[in-house]
Design a protein around this ligand. Sequence first.
Ligand code: GLY
Length: 376
Amino acid sequence: MIQFELLEEDRQLFERALEFAERQVRTLTEIHPDYYPLYTQQGKWRHQGEAWTHWCDGFLPGMMWIFCKRAPAGSDKGKFWFDLAVRYTKPLEPRKFDRTVHDLGFIFLSSYYRWYRLTREPQLNDVIIQAGRTLAERYQEKGQYLSSFIAPNSLFIDIMMNVGIIFYAARETGDARLREIALRHSLTTRRYLVRGDGSTAHEGIFDLETGEFLRQSTHQGYRSDSCWSRGQSWALYGFTSVYEYTRDPRFLRTAEACADYYITQAPPDGVPPWDFNAPPSQRQLVDTSAAAIAAAGLLRLCRLLPDPVKGHFYWVTAIRILRTLCQKYLAIDDPSWEGILKGGVYHYPKGLGVNESVMWGEYFFVEALDQALRVI
Ligand code: GLY
């Protein structure tokens, strides 16, 4: 049994960061009630910037559910976060039928699933199951993958973070077809988007007539053959959670390969450039959201490994990443900044949310801090 330990100074650092995160989320809901932001512009959440795709609405209530769970049982604080989380979660329900995005895992696992875990009300579970069924409708039989929102011939690495909701729906309902779809999608992604060195491509393009894989591509990365940092973190975390659902050792090996690539290619402080292969002139531009997601993924992966030494290494790495985020990127000393974590990048080629706070970065940062603090 591996012993994971947190130094007292890290505990204090992480608790202070979580208290700051609570204050920022509360203030956001006071300044812009019932608004679901995506990324900041010069530190401000509300602006007219393009969304590109509509995938983030679960993350704000997701943080509220984490704050609610952390509050002492029966406390006013717990009730405050519960009521606010319900208020921000309920409006998402109609999206269980949303066939325009591949992000139903992001939307419902962060919100309805956390709500269901707290209360076990069956109607909440029905919402999650329906979302899983809807996502499964994106399945392309010939290529054996779930298509991205871009087009039926497009597969994204990000979908590895969403396919878990189909595994979940399959487990809850006993629907073997759903499980088969989720499994096939994960194996196809593993085969075509994960490279031999453990790096990943953002997108795969298929021939719709034959189902044949044609080439790797990208939207948010530097080049088709580069490794977009956030995609790498989605793969690390996504293959870890698929291993949790399936216990199929192929997915554990892939999660490890993705983690090892991330760790060996990132700078010593654990926060990578926005693309691992960005040219020298862009290498100072980091993506803190990629780092937060990697930390959250490593904190799950470290417990699943048969080798305790490697598991301990992943734990220590995740803590180092969180320490860097808290010490270098927290917006705590900038009263004009509305986000929690500075230095995120949404879509560099389109110039959206570059060096800003991004809602998924906030969410996975809070999730990772909560996980690290729950250890002992
Ligand atoms: N579309 C998912 C992402 O920006 O990572």
